[in-house]
Design a protein around this ligand. Structure first.
Ligand SMILES: Nc1ncnc2c1ncn2[C@@H]1O[C@H](COP(=O)(O)OP(=O)(O)O)[C@@H](O)[C@H]1O
Ligand SMILES: [Mg+2]
Length: 115
């Protein structure tokens, strides 16, 4: 069967439809202005993940993308599951950019929602 619509988020500018202004704003905030935190908010399936993935790809900055959709069916996500996902992505990142290991060693701890 031919699949006309891919259900996953898009990650290339060519596939991202009608989001030029949002994309340039996000690229600006994260890239040129170097904002420490940028939130992309919107209803489910409106295209937030796609926008973020395309922006990260355009910026070609080292990044971690933690996709928690696989836990969607569960009632809650355990702290351990989240840490394991994070660990996997950090390992991917340091494999691609070994020079980042020194920088990451300097991080004393990360607090998420006070935990
Ligand atoms: N601007 C867009 N251009 C092309 N496909 C889009 C666009 N916005 C959303 N989609 C598609 O809709 C679905 C949901 O997008 P997604 O980025 O996962 O949304 P969100 O993260 O907001 O839930 C995906 O299949 C995605 O490819
Ligand atoms: Mg999403």
């Amino acid at each position: 069967m031919e699949v006309l619509f891919d259900l996953g988020p898009k990650d290339s500018r060519l596939e991202l439809f009608d989001r030029d202004s949002e994309l340039s704003r996000l690229i600006d905030y994260v890239g040129r202005l170097g904002m420490p935190i940028t939130l992309v908010l919107g209803l489910r399936r409106v295209g937030k993940s796609s926008l973020i993935l395309v922006a990260l790809r355009e910026l070609s900055l080292p990044h971690i993308y933690v996709d928690l959709r696989k836990f969607e069916e569960r009632q809650y996500l355990s702290y351990r599951d989240f840490i394991l996902e994070l660990q996997r992505e950090v390992n991917n990142l340091t494999r691609r950019f070994p020079a980042l290991i020194g920088f990451l060693r300097g991080i004393g701890g990360v607090s998420i929602m006070g935990n």
